[in-house]
Write a protein that binds this ligand. Structure first.
Ligand code: SIN
Ligand code: FE
Length: 297
């Protein structure tokens, strides 16, 4: 089934320091917070000649699907290589991270005092062929929620850039509005129990106590991915992000599935609820409206 509203807002910028009027910035903010995608078809990320060697899945350590720098501790993870190679990979990812930060600062300046830098990654594994469990299978429609990392209501904003050197697009399906998905699946989410949250935290399954909001988000993530009929029949739209294009999205709000693509860079930002302008459109407020009560983070 097609989507009722096209979620893509195309922006012509060619620089990670785009100059936009304050009216335009307000439009970008509203579009994003209401579940749209900012698509920059002319915004690629340049590799130095000495860096193109890193466009290969061979640098993966085999454990992790991405090579990444953590938000706080910027040591490189998921990669193999000698000291020089790891330092060069790290510098490449760090440069992308500062470009992505500059992009947010220019498109969405009101976020800058609040945006917290999270992981930065280089993703060179072909997305179509990754063999994973259904829960980790990002080829199925889902809104992002992670089992070990409770967000406590903090939002997940992501900048992506397709860096494929063979002009191969990254192909996504973008799903229906979060509220429509949640209306279908929230009744199936089991009741939250603080005792279970304490237990899984004591066992080290979560890095901090998982509150009811993260409990719901994680179950919605799993319920949508596990439901083959939903995957096949839910409203969705195929979107191709060409090589040398970028896009910005709240991945906890926008249902997405990656169908194919290889070589992408990504920067995650965490935004506290207080930094939102349209908090009524946030997953937490949507869930509270559906549940008809307050939800603790
Ligand atoms: C994701 O599901 O968050 C990953 C999307 C992608 O790899 O393109
Ligand atoms: Fe995802």
């Amino acid at each position: 089934m097609p989507l009722a509203i096209n979620p893509i807002l195309e922006l012509p910028f060619t620089s990670f320091m785009p100059q936009a009027s304050s009216n335009a910035q307000a439009e970008f903010l509203s579009h994003l917070e209401h579940g749209g995608i900012l698509f920059l078809p002319n915004l690629g990320f340049e590799f130095a000649p000495s860096e193109t060697r890193f466009l290969s899945p061979d640098w993966s350590d085999g454990q992790s699907k991405n090579i990444y720098l953590r938000g706080n501790n910027r040591t490189i993870k998921g990669a193999k290589g000698n000291v020089e190679e790891l330092a060069a990979m790290s510098a490449l990812i760090e440069r992308y991270s500062s470009r992505a930060t500059s992009l947010i600062a220019h498109l969405l300046p009101s976020y800058m005092p609040h945006a917290k830098l999270a992981n930065s990654s280089l993703r060179c594994v072909e997305a179509a062929g990754r063999i994973t469990s259904w829960r980790k299978d990002d080829r199925r429609l889902h809104a992002d929620a992670f089992p070990s990392k409770p967000t406590a209501g903090t939002r997940i904003l992501r900048v992506f850039t397709n860096v494929n050197p063979q002009n191969k697009p990254r192909v996504w399906n973008v799903g229906e509005p979060f509220a429509d998905m949640a209306a279908k699946f929230l009744p199936k989410v089991p009741a939250y129990t603080p005792l279970q949250a304490k237990l899984i935290n004591a066992l080290g399954i979560t890095k901090s106590l998982r509150g009811e909001y993260d409990h719901m988000m994680l179950h919605l993530h799993d319920l949508t991915k596990a439901d083959a009929a939903y995957q096949a029949n839910a409203p969705q739209m195929r979107v191709e992000f060409p090589a040398n294009s970028s896009w910005v999205v709240y991945s906890d709000l926008v249902l997405h599935a990656v169908l194919s693509g290889q070589h992408m860079m990504e920067q995650t930002f965490h935004l506290p609820q207080e930094s939102l302008t349209f908090s009524a459109a946030s997953p937490k407020n949507i869930l509270e409206r559906l549940a008809k009560r307050a939800i603790n983070c």
